[in-house]
Design a protein around this ligand. Structure first.
Ligand SMILES: C[S@@+](CC[C@H](N)C(=O)[O-])C[C@H]1O[C@@H](n2cnc3c(N)ncnc32)[C@H](O)[C@@H]1O
Length: 151
């Protein structure tokens, strides 16, 4: 979906205690993945998980809030379902990513949609694609790019 290549620099926001998304991304792309979470307990558990499975060379876990993290160097940013203050985060990213960056914003239709809808995504980004999957329950992945003047 995001057309990742060997030179892509990838960030996962909201990796959780079991960093499934970084593990799958690292496995499929063979690229080192940077993964952040703003919950210190989740970061400790995720770091232990990474160490236990000898993935330190492949996945770097750090404790940061996505709303304050420097985002401009990344080519692709994955925003996990369940990330809090998602509207604030998406606004921040829309103002702080570089022109050619892509965002994959994952929305659990069971989990996130109870709290809010996601129409605001089109205020901040151009929606390039939406893919619906069912492997972890109904989940929509929005492929987003920076809005250009004529979008
Ligand atoms: C449902 S879990 C994650 C995902 C799952 N393990 C994966 O790999 O896709 C969402 C995580 O996002 C974290 N989170 C919530 N808001 C955040 C924010 N603003 N910045 C960084 N992490 C955040 C939570 O602490 C939680 O661990």
């Amino acid at each position: 979906m995001a057309k990742i290549n060997a030179d892509s620099y990838i960030l996962v926001v909201g990796c959780g205690a079991i960093p499934v998304t970084p593990i799958i991304l690292s496995d499929k792309t063979k690229i080192k993945i940077i993964a952040i979470d703003n919950d210190p307990k989740a970061v400790v558990l995720a770091s232990r998980f990474v160490e236990k499975h000898h993935l330190q060379e492949k996945i770097e876990i750090a404790c940061f809030d996505g709303v304050k993290y420097q985002a401009e160097d990344f080519d692709v940013i994955f925003v996990s379902y369940g990330v809090e203050r998602k509207e604030e985060l998406m606004k921040y990213l829309s103002e702080n990513i570089s022109n050619n960056s892509k965002i994959v914003c994952r929305v659990s239709r069971d989990f996130d949609n109870k709290k809010q809808n996601f129409y605001y995504l089109s205020n901040f980004f151009k929606i390039e694609d939406i893919i619906r999957t069912y492997s972890f329950g109904p989940m929509d992945s929005y492929l987003l790019t920076k809005k250009k003047i004529d979008d």
